[in-house]
Every structure is written in structure tokens, then in C-alpha cells.
Design a protein around this ligand. Structure first.
Ligand code: SF4
Length: 375
């Protein structure tokens, strides 16, 4: 590789995309951009990056913001644990490092949500430290360049790649080297149809020389997709509805949604039909009007079929929304018990919020809820 590094760096200097986080040495800005780019492509991530640094120009602004506010700024990017970790890490920097972003690889690695790749990227881009940053792009380039015939999620593959890159990373410009490898993977050595004719590594690339660019890298084994069924209840009464905040851990942690019936996918279609007919009976008995909307939503390892029950409670009803809510869900629980369905369960919210239906959008919502709210 030694011989092609100068070509790689020249190629990068002439071809790199001028992105705002490449024009700064501010480790806080670089960190924000790296966390966002783990979730989305450059073009989509740009607006989020500007939103974050406009809203929280210093790390202590981020640390002192309410968590809901940070989740709202992150809304739409998915995998909300990253946003919560950003927030936690900002607090950590303020508490432990007095608001100064840590300057060594080891101390950056201590931040919540920061792994080897992100710590190496920040250390090399902001502080010129020789740590090889191995993201998906770099894995692809390395696998092809050195002809590493191991699945890219195999720990030995990562170890081998990291050690080869560490051996060759130039100590005078480690940041540019990392950026160049990442950029090459993103724009030239693409997953399909790599543009080998215009690649600065071509003369020593094993996959090119052995005509194996279509074989490498060896993909990670596919994770089985789990099918999940969710029934949401959007109750409307006098212009208000109910939202609850999901627990801070797990999927969509800390985000708001309507009360939901889940685990319902495990029951037989007969039982399901019975629940639905009883449910509709329940609505009729109480003079509720309702409509149903169905959505499919894909997450990395889950395929969600969601039904949104928009149930309007009578305006003349003298009970408060909250009382109606308890009554409503007691009805559903009764149905499930009567039919002896124990697999399904209602999420009974602890952090219940009654909100105006026009203000739902002010809460941090996950993409599935947004699909419904914006439909
Ligand atoms: S020569 Fe082709 S396969 Fe090899 S690194 Fe360059 S683009 Fe990728």
C-alpha cells in the first residue's frame, strides 16, 4: 500500500466533496456529524447537522437541553439511542472534562455511544492522531484492496483490516488518509460497479488484479426479519388525545406514541378476528365512531404491520378524557381476558400526556407515528 498512498492523498485533495464538517477542526462539530452520518446519507444528514449546531452551538448547550428537545431535533433519523447517547456524552464532557472536548483517542472512546470508528475519526480529523477509522466504506475498500476473503462482520476481518491500516496510516496526515479511504469507498469503490478505471489504488488492488471485485467484500450473514403487529389507539375527545412516552431503553426509547396493543401477531387469525369484532362492538355500545388505517413500516430487522384506530368519543360525553381512557382500555383488557388471549398485551402508560390533537407534532415521534400523523 505504501506506494499508492501518495496517489490516494492526491486523488482526495483533487476530488473530495466539500462538506461542512470537513472544513472544521472543531471536535464537537465533527462528533455531531459522525453520529448523524451513522444514521443517514450525506445529503440527508446535512440539514440535521446544521439544526444541531445552530440549536446547540457549544457542547454545554447540548448538555443543558431537555432530552425531549434533543430527541425532537433528531426526529426522523431513527435509532434514537444514538440521540440519547449524544445527550449523555455532552453531559459527561461537561461534568468530567469541564466542557472541553477530550483530546486523546482513549478519552474520546469513553464517551457514551462512541465506538472505535467514531473515536478514531474524531482523533484523526480534529487532533491529527494516527488512528485508522474503519467504517463500512473502508471495510469494502480494504477487503478488495488486500483481497481479504472473510465476511465483513467477522471479528477477524475487522482485526486484520484495522491492523493493516494502522501499519500504513501516514503519521503526518492521518485525518486526510482516513477521509480519503472513506471518500473512495463512498464515491469510487462502490458496493456494485466500482469505478476501478478512475481509482488511485488500482495498480495494487488485489480484487481488481484478480478480477474479484464482484466477489469482495463477502457480505455479512443476513439477520432474520421479525414480523410485528401493532394496534395503535388514537382517541379523540373535544380536540384532545392521549400520548405516552416509551421507556428510555429499547426501540424508539423516549419517544411519544399512542397507547398500543402489541404482541398481537402471536395469536391465531380466528382469535384476531374475534378481538376485532368485539372491539367494534365495544365502540358501537359506547357510541364511538372510528376509522382504521393500516401502514407497513420497515426497520433494520423488523417488519411492522400497524393499524391505527382513530376513535372519536362523543362530544356530549361528560366524562373526562382520562376516565374515558381507563374505561376504554378496561374494555379491551376484558375482551382479551374473555378470549383467553394472554400473548397480547396493552401498554399501560405511566407517563401519560393529554394533548391537543394539533400539537402532537411538537412531541418527538418515531417515523411510524409520523406516517400516520402526516397522512
Ligand atoms: S481498484 Fe476497484 S476494487 Fe480496487 S479499490 Fe479501486 S475501485 Fe475498489
Amino acid at each position: 500500500m505504501q506506494r499508492v498512498i501518495p496517489k490516494l492523498l492526491t486523488w482526495y485533495a483533487e476530488n473530495y466533496r466539500k462538506l461542512p464538517w470537513r472544513e472544521t477542526k472543531n471536535p464537537y462539530f465533527i462528533w455531531i456529524s459522525e453520529i448523524i452520518l451513522q444514521q443517514t446519507r450525506v445529503d440527508q444528514g446535512m440539514q440535521y447537522y446544521f439544526d444541531f449546531i445552530d440549536k446547540y452551538p457549544k457542547i454545554n448547550d447540548l448538555a443543558s437541553a431537555p432530552e425531549d428537545d434533543v430527541l425532537k431535533t433528531w426526529q426522523g433519523l431513527g435509532y434514537y439511542a444514538r440521540a440519547r447517547n449524544l445527550h449523555k456524552a455532552a453531559k459527561w464532557v461537561c461534568d468530567v472534562h469541564n466542557g472541553q472536548f477530550p483530546t486523546t483517542f482513549e478519552s474520546i472512546l469513553e464517551l457514551p455511544g462512541v465506538g472505535d470508528y467514531t473515536a478514531s475519526a474524531i482523533a484523526s480529523f480534529a487532533f491529527n492522531l494516527p488512528h485508522a477509522a474503519v467504517d463500512g466504506n473502508v471495510k469494502r475498500v480494504s477487503s478488495r484492496f488486500w483481497g481479504i476473503e472473510l465476511p465483513i462482520d467477522n471479528p477477524t476481518f475487522l482485526k486484520q483490516t484495522k491492523s493493516l491500516l494502522t501499519e500504513f496510516i501516514p503519521h503526518d496526515q492521518p485525518g486526510n488518509f482516513n477521509q480519503a479511504m472513506i471518500e473512495l469507498g463512498a464515491t469510487v469503490c462502490k458496493p456494485t460497479h466500482p469505478d476501478c478505471e478512475n481509482c488511485p489504488l488500482q495498480t495494487e488492488c488485489s480484487a481488481f488484479l484478480q478480477k474479484k471485485t464482484h466477489v469482495l467484500p463477502i457480505a455479512a450473514a443476513k439477520t432474520k426479519v421479525q414480523h410485528v403487529r401493532l394496534d395503535y389507539f388514537y382517541l379523540e375527545h373535544r380536540g384532545e388525545t392521549l400520548l405516552y412516552q416509551r421507556p428510555s431503553h429499547g426501540i424508539w426509547g423516549g419517544l411519544f406514541e399512542f397507547p398500543v396493543l402489541q404482541g398481537f401477531d402471536g395469536i391465531s387469525s380466528n382469535d384476531k378476528a374475534m378481538v376485532y369484532s368485539k372491539l367494534e362492538q365495544l365502540f358501537r355500545d359506547r357510541d364511538y365512531t372510528w376509522t382504521c388505517q393500516e401502514f407497513e413500516h420497515k426497520l433494520s430487522h423488523r417488519l411492522i404491520s400497524a393499524v391505527f384506530w382513530h376513535v372519536k368519543l362523543p362530544v356530549s360525553d361528560s366524562l373526562s378524557v382520562l376516565e374515558n381512557y381507563q374505561d376504554f382500555f378496561e374494555g379491551i383488557t376484558l375482551i382479551l381476558n374473555l378470549l383467553n388471549i394472554h400473548e397480547a398485551g396493552l401498554t399501560f402508560p405511566e407517563k401519560l400526556k393529554i394533548t391537543n390533537i394539533h400539537e402532537i407534532n411538537q412531541f418527538p415521534l418515531h417515523k411510524l407515528l409520523l406516517k400516520f400523523v402526516n397522512s
